[in-house]
Design a protein around this ligand. Sequence first.
Ligand SMILES: [Zn+2]
Length: 95
Amino acid sequence: MGEVFGTLFIFVAIIVIAAALFVGWVVITLLRGLGRAARAVVLGPTAAPPLIETIVCTRASCHCPNLPRARFCRRCGYQIEATKHTPLHAAATWH
Ligand SMILES: [Zn+2]
């Protein structure tokens, strides 16, 4: 009989430990969510991407935003208009 109770006790202990871990995880997740929400309320929404100056690809079918120093569109490879100062033949002969 003692062995059966010992086995049951181990089962119950495992279930209790698992439940405690789960409750702790739930509490931590909720606290993190609350902290994030509180921070969003205090500091304003931070999900908006930072405003970076971009040059839009001049190709009509692309219009992908690129960094101002980009010479070619990062999506379609089209030469961006703002690179007038870099002649195409010079760029092509760079190694
Ligand atoms: Zn493009």
